[in-house]
Design a protein around this ligand. Sequence first.
Ligand SMILES: *[C@@H]1O[C@H](CO)[C@@H](O)[C@H](O)[C@H]1NC(C)=O
Ligand SMILES: *[C@@H]1O[C@H](CO)[C@@H](O)[C@H](O)[C@H]1NC(C)=O
Length: 182
Amino acid sequence: MGTALVVAVAALHAVGAKQIHTFAGPWDVWLERADTCYEDDERLPLKFSHYNPNKKFVPQTWSGLVNISRAVDDSWWVKAPLSIRSNNQWKENAFVFVWPTKGCTSARDITPPCLKQFFTKAGAPCLLKQQVIQFRNTTMKLEFPKVPHLVYGHYRLELSAGPKNEKSEYCVNAIVHIIPKV
Ligand SMILES: *[C@@H]1O[C@H](CO)[C@@H](O)[C@H](O)[C@H]1NC(C)=O
Ligand SMILES: *[C@@H]1O[C@H](CO)[C@@H](O)[C@H](O)[C@H]1NC(C)=O
């Protein structure tokens, strides 16, 4: 996590020249959409319920599936550049999280409690095993106890991950909104 945060702070300074008005604090997240990066990759047919800003305290539900067709362990790398929406444009690489190795443990550490069950338990060698995870209008309360503060905004997350010395096995684009916690 340490390396990733340093990169994020550096990226924030790099953006500083054209100041984006950003405010950080306790946060919630809602998901607009998530798609694989390539049309022929059908491993993420997943939809999120409409987010109602008048009912901020109601968590979204998920429907569809996440197909983990190849197990993820700690030999994997993970990259997660975030673009932030500003003046009707995407400002690329506003934050860049990079885990050159230990991809599984990094993901397990940060993942919300409602998704932890899909990983081996903390203490055991980390593995996100090959599996198809089904969601049927499942209530997903996304909490991130390890990340108390974030910069509010409308983000595009480009998450990719792959085994050591290999190209990405997974690549997902997600549109997410970080809002002040209610
Ligand atoms: C999951 O992905 C693998 C590899 O692409 C595919 O063979 C399998 O049929 C998929 N499973 C489901 C339930 O979509
Ligand atoms: C999904 O769940 C919510 C609450 O958990 C419920 O209000 C809604 O009717 C459900 N929708 C479907 C399509 O089952």
